[in-house]
Design a protein around this ligand. Structure first.
Ligand code: NAD
Ligand code: MG
Length: 394
């Protein structure tokens, strides 16, 4: 049994809490070095009392002060604040494994810090990889970091590939990746009805319980677009070799097709603790608290092609990947701004792709030559997306 010391970035989120639930089940195997959160200090304080990390980090100094006060009687946990603190715990030599589960572009710097320090990085924060693509993968290769996919589809693909050939699918005899998608809560809804859907409808995913941002991404199919890009970088392949299959039951988490006609699939209950446990213990297997699969109860599997007319975000993501350079970073930033506006009641659901498309059209693509360029384009795209939202509402 390999023991591991873990930092959980985004500990209070949906993935963070599932990670801690797996860790809790294996006290002799896993210990916690650091826990981090964005804003809600009291939630992190509760987790610190249970897991007794050496360090706890809040995204801002103000939130860190709040946490310090809440943990005044826990002198063994040092409290830090700000992005520098997040990057420091991600790279600290005390931990060997980092769960990257901050949502959105805010996760790029800390995740990269873990990568550069050569950690085992459990990648849930797909936006970090989508934004920086080749630069991110170059950093993984340069440091020898062990990057393991946590996104359920990518973890399934990883499990269906020979472990020593995940970046060389041709040599493994792989012809296609079949990326499954649930289709989200509006899969069967008419285009006109999509204009009036509410944030709470969008966040009520039929199969998965997740954070708000990824729930909206699943409803627009942008999540599948981000995952298409994520798959291309993780498995060193191209979009023509990745085919999205809408599979509303969310039991087959993805498949890999081989030259001899074999198709390998990974199945399981829709519970993120399976891919999380796989990443934490890999190559060993551990209990994750997941309900066993009852195929008799499920009965049937269905497959459909995605409808790019009603859900243009998947097309926009594929186009941004084809444009290359900074286009995926712009796509991601515009999506984050549009989703936030939708959640705040300032943008209608059907206008999310409109804002992204206009932002992409208004932001020239430049080569992604370094991380500074990515961060600059991210900021530029955010202000252009906000501009486009204000133009729509006049
Ligand atoms: P969530 O919103 O539930 O949690 C996000 C976490 O990040 C929280 O701990 C929050 O405090 C922290 N955070 C937010 N903004 C921050 C900031 N600016 N700085 C530092 N920390 C910040 O999100 P989630 O659903 O757990 O998703 C996390 C990541 O995992 C996302 O990238 C998502 O796409 C990916 N993912 C999630 C699921 C899922 O089932 N939830 C599945 C696959 C991939
Ligand atoms: Mg996924």
């Amino acid at each position: 049994m390999t023991t591991r010391c873990i930092t959980v970035l985004g500990a209070t989120g949906s993935i963070g809490l599932s990670t801690l639930d797996v860790i809790r089940r294996h006290p002799g195997r896993f210990s916690v070095y650091a826990l981090t959160a964005g804003t809600r200090a009291w939630e992190l304080a509760t987790l610190c009392r249970e897991f007794r990390p050496k360090v706890a980090v809040m995204a801002s100094e103000r939130a860190a002060d709040e946490l310090r006060e809440l943990l005044a009687d826990c002198p063994d946990t040092q409290v830090l604040g700000g992005e520098a603190g997040l990057c420091a715990v991600a790279a600290a030599s005390d931990a060997d494994t980092v769960m990257a589960a901050i949502v959105g572009a805010a996760g790029l710097a800390p995740t990269l810090s873990a990568v550069r320090a050569g950690k085992r990085v459990l990648l849930a924060n797909k936006e970090a990889l989508v934004m920086s693509g080749q630069l991110f993968m170059d950093a993984v290769i340069a440091s020898g970091s062990e990057l393991l996919p946590i996104d359920s589809e990518h973890n399934a693909i990883f499990q269906c590939m020979p472990a020593d050939k995940i970046r060389d699918p041709k040599a493994a005899g792989i012809t296609r990746i079949l990326l499954t998608a649930s289709g989200g809560p509006f899969r069967t809804m008419a285009a006109e009805e999509l204009r009036s859907v509410t944030p709470s409808q969008a966040c009520a995913h039929p199969n998965w319980s997740m954070g708000q941002k990824i729930s909206v991404d699943s409803a627009t199919l942008m999540n599948k677009g981000l995952e298409l890009i994520e798959a291309c970088w993780l498995f060193n392949t191209t979009p023509d070799r990745v085919e999205v299959h809408v599979h509303p039951e969310s039991i087959i988490h993805s498949m890999v097709e081989y030259a001899d006609g074999s198709v390998l699939a990974q199945l399981g209950s829709p519970d993120m603790r399976t891919p999380i446990a796989n990443g934490l213990a890999w190559p060993e297997r551990i209990e994750a608290g997941v309900a066993p699969l009852d195929l008799f109860a499920i009965g049937k599997f269905h497959f459909e092609r995605p409808d790019l007319q009603r859900f243009p975000c998947l097309r926009l993501a594929a186009e941004a990947f084809a444009s290359g350079g900074t286009a995926p970073a712009v796509l991601n930033a515009a999506n984050e701004v549009a989703v936030e506006a939708f959640l705040d009641g300032k943008l209608c659901f059907a206008d999310i792709p409109v804002i992204i498309e206009r932002t992409l059209a208004a932001t020239p693509v430049v080569p992604a030559s370094d991380f500074d360029t990515i961060f600059t384009k991210d900021a530029e795209a955010r202000s252009r997306a906000r501009e486009q939202i204000s133009l729509l509402s006049v």
